[in-house]
Design a protein around this ligand. Structure first.
Ligand SMILES: Nc1ncnc2c1ncn2[C@@H]1O[C@H](COP(=O)(O)OP(=O)(O)OP(=O)(O)O)[C@@H](O)[C@H]1O
Ligand SMILES: [Mg+2]
Length: 562
């Protein structure tokens, strides 16, 4: 289908090219002004009484440039100022470019996840790939940043090399050849640092997932009294990261020392050769010294940026691979397909679901009917396939074999997507956003006015919310008021009802609630059975008792339908 023919994700896209061109232009201008500024030192020094060493004065005259001291000094100041402005522009453009690339990647990653087939997302959740994807994208930012730095340093060095060539081709050739020799000597060191860089990347990911896990398991950790063990594990993970970081810094630091020392020795040798052996002019040698002194830290910086970029690069590849995988599993959009109305029934016919990597089927040839009105309970032991069945009838999953139908329409492709607009879920762990009560409710129905919100709250036995001090403006979620499990559950029910669903699914929605709260939800569901299909999933309890019929599952097979 055309939905699958998405271009493979790349770090740089065509929309980035204008900014790259602008950035390269700024880099080139800044390098040229720097080089020209240094070249001007020669006639400046020459005008101190040394004549026109190297014929640079004549070359400048040919270019229409001044050769007298006053105008030269003015030109020099102008060049330095221009360069300062360009450097600032370049920094800004570099940052813009970096954030555009990273935000673009982040947007594409999120978009890919949001539109990815539920079946693939279920698999990702298991290995925490989704959160990994997000952290990888962050590291991709480091790559872009360091790559820009390396490129801009390289271009500046190019400007300096050109200036040096203009001033003294002989000295420059000598410096470049010996510089290449030094770089070759450091090759082994760079390889080692790159390997350490990889280890550093892995240690970072390790800490990330360990923290993620720990935060998710705080309740269990406290419950089991394993705070000390959890801390020890984290501390040892940190120690590993620290050791790797220090080894990386030590190794790259050694490289920097060797580079700077070798460079300085080379410079000293060239100065000695120039002055003592070749009897070069001081007005030529001094600017050359200035050029080399400027180039040395730049070369060090280039080496460091190259290493940093090369150890962040695997993250770019991982992020792109994961995006490609999620995009390949993109859902077919509903388009203009009208959702089935659900006037008769939802039917499962020999529906079978197998998850990859699992030996048995999660659902095995299940045939059942859920009428358009009334409450249907789906029961069974843990792992029996209840949530999988809920995902089938809710249009999140397609069966591997068999079919799911609503009023005779098979839930496949676009029809399945369209059907989802008529389904509402209340899940076991209620999700509240860090926003007002009103915004939390309107998430389901953006156009709903306050009167409708109040109506939905009443229908969900959630009248308590209106007694909150700030009413519908009360902030909820992380950044606001904490509600009890039962209160949150009833807000979720109100939100689900605002969608005016044809099918309402409550997956273990009351398993964590006390009898009083459960009774309140049951009271809310009672009147709904006249209007829509309600499916409650659970082992036992008030809601299951309330049901008009039961579908009991046992290890993925239908145990009983009545
Ligand atoms: N993404 C997945 N990948 C592989 N296997 C899965 C996946 N999701 C569920 N399963 C397997 O499918 C079977 C049915 O799972 P399901 O979540 O539907 O059970 P359930 O009845 O809802 O259980 P519970 O009462 O614990 O919520 C289980 O054996 C489970 O391990
Ligand atoms: Mg379940």
């Amino acid at each position: 289908m055309n939905a699958r023919a998405v271009a493979p994700p790349r770090l740089l896209a065509a929309e980035h090219y204008p900014r790259i061109a602008w950035l390269l232009a700024l880099m080139a201008i800044s390098a040229a002004t720097e080089g020209l500024g240094l070249v001007l030192l020669v006639p400046l020094l020459g005008s101190l009484g040394q004549g026109d060493p190297g014929g640079i004065g004549a070359a400048l005259t040919a270019l229409g440039m001044p050769t007298r001291l006053g105008p030269l000094l003015i030109l020099f100041v102008a060049l330095v100022t221009l360069r300062a402005v360009i450097v600032q522009l370049r920094a800004l453009a570099g940052h813009r470019f970096e954030t555009e690339v990273v935000d673009g990647l982040r947007r594409r990653a999120w978009q890919a996840l949001l539109h990815c087939e539920w079946r693939v997302l279920l698999g990702m959740k298991r290995s925490n790939t989704a959160s990994l994807l997000i952290s990888r994208v962050d590291r991709a930012g480091i790559f872009v940043n360091q790559a820009i730095l390396a490129l801009s340093t390289l271009i500046t060095l190019g400007g300096i090399a050109l200036a040096a060539l203009v001033i003294s081709p002989l000295l420059t050739a000598g410096a470049i050849v010996s510089g290449l020799l030094v770089l070759t000597a450091f090759h082994g060191m760079r390889r080692r640092a790159a390997a350490l860089g990889d280890a550093l990347g892995r240690a970072h990911s390790g800490i990330h997932s360990r923290l993620d896990e720990g935060l998710g398991a705080l309740r269990v950790i406290k419950g089991l009294g394993r705070e000390d063990k959890a801390l020890d594990e984290l501390v040892s993970e940190f120690a590993g990261l620290r050791e790797t970081t220090i080894a990386y810094l030590r190794d790259t630091g050694r490289g920097q020392i060797a580079l700077q020392a070798g460079g300085a020795a080379l410079l000293a040798l060239l100065v000695w050769l120039a002055l003592e052996r070749w009897h070069s002019d001081v007005a030529v040698v001094l600017p050359m010294v200035a050029l080399f002194a400027r180039a040395l830290p730049l070369i060090g910086g280039l080496q460091q940026a190259g290493l940093n970029a090369s150890h962040a690069r695997p993250a770019v590849r991982d992020a792109l691979d994961l995006i490609a995988m999620a995009e390949a599993a993109r859902e077919q959009p509903a388009g203009d397909v009208a959702p089935p109305l659900l006037n008769q029934a939802i039917q499962l016919v020999d529906a079978t679901v197998r998850f990859s990597g699992e030996a048995g089927a999660a659902l095995d040839q299940v045939t059942a009917t859920i009428p358009a009105r009334g409450i249907t309970a789906i029961t069974g032991h843990s792992g029996a396939g209840k949530s999988t069945l809920a995902d089938l009838i809710g249009g999140l999953l397609e069966p591997d074999d068999g079919a799911v139908m609503v009023d005779g329409t098979v839930l496949r492709g676009a029809a399945r997507q369209a059907w989802r607009s008529r389904v509402a879920y209340v899940q076991q762990d209620p999700v509240l956003l860090s926003a007002s009560l009103r915004d939390n409710l309107r998430w389901a129905a953006p156009e709903a006015d306050d009167a409708r919100l109040v109506e939905a709250l009443a229908a969900a036995s959630a009248g308590f919310a209106l007694d909150l001090p700030q009413g519908l403006d009360t902030p909820l979620g992380d950044g606001g008021r904490q509600l009890s499990g039962g209160e949150r559950q009833r807000l979720m029910l109100a939100r689900a009802l605002l969608r005016e669903p044809a099918l309402l699914i409550l997956d273990e929605a009351t398993s964590a609630l006390d009898a009083a709260n459960e009774a309140q939800i049951a009271a809310a569901l009672g009147p709904l059975r006249e209007r829509l299909a309600v499916v409650v999933i659970g082992h036992r309890g008030k809601l299951v008792e309330l049901a008009d019929r039961e579908i009991r599952l046992d290890a993925g097979r239908l145990a009983q339908a009545e």
